[in-house]
Ligand binder design. Sequence first.
Ligand code: PNS
Length: 161
Amino acid sequence: MRAVYPGTFDPITMGHKDLIVRASKIFDELVVGVALNLQKNPLFSIDKRVKFLEMVTSNMKNVTVKHFDGLLVDFAMKHETNIILKGIRAMTDFEYEFQMAQINQNLNMDIQTLFLVTNQQYSFLSSGAVKEVAMNRGSIRGLVPDEVHDEIVNCFRNGIF
Ligand code: PNS
């Protein structure tokens, strides 16, 4: 069974990695979909966001990383799966994700959205929080995967994203 795990990943956090590791043990194949998502005005380029995910998942045999523009349901169909996986940190996430799941269902009745509850260790964590801490020269050690920590810190140091 294959699933897609979509997100903006601006940048990847430990919460994302934890979810990818857990999902890779549930599904035969996991396709991580990095959304271009220009309306969210991401700080990191699509190339950087994909690269960080590739670095983190390089030793995960059944995980691939792809970028996409356009509708998530089309991305899922392109990769021949009807399963969309999302992480839920709190009830506030649920309201938004529930709406998205129903919009996606409306676009394609075959789509099944599955939710995994975030590890409570990371329920406070978001890409936004990582950016806020890093921009203010705080430590993001433990908030982002070790494999990409130095590269992300360098991006903030050099102002190249
Ligand atoms: O990590 P995020 O920012 O919560 O991920 C949001 C994402 C990428 C899942 C969402 O923005 C998305 O699905 N974008 C693709 C466009 C789309 O299909 N939107 C849903 C119908 S409005």
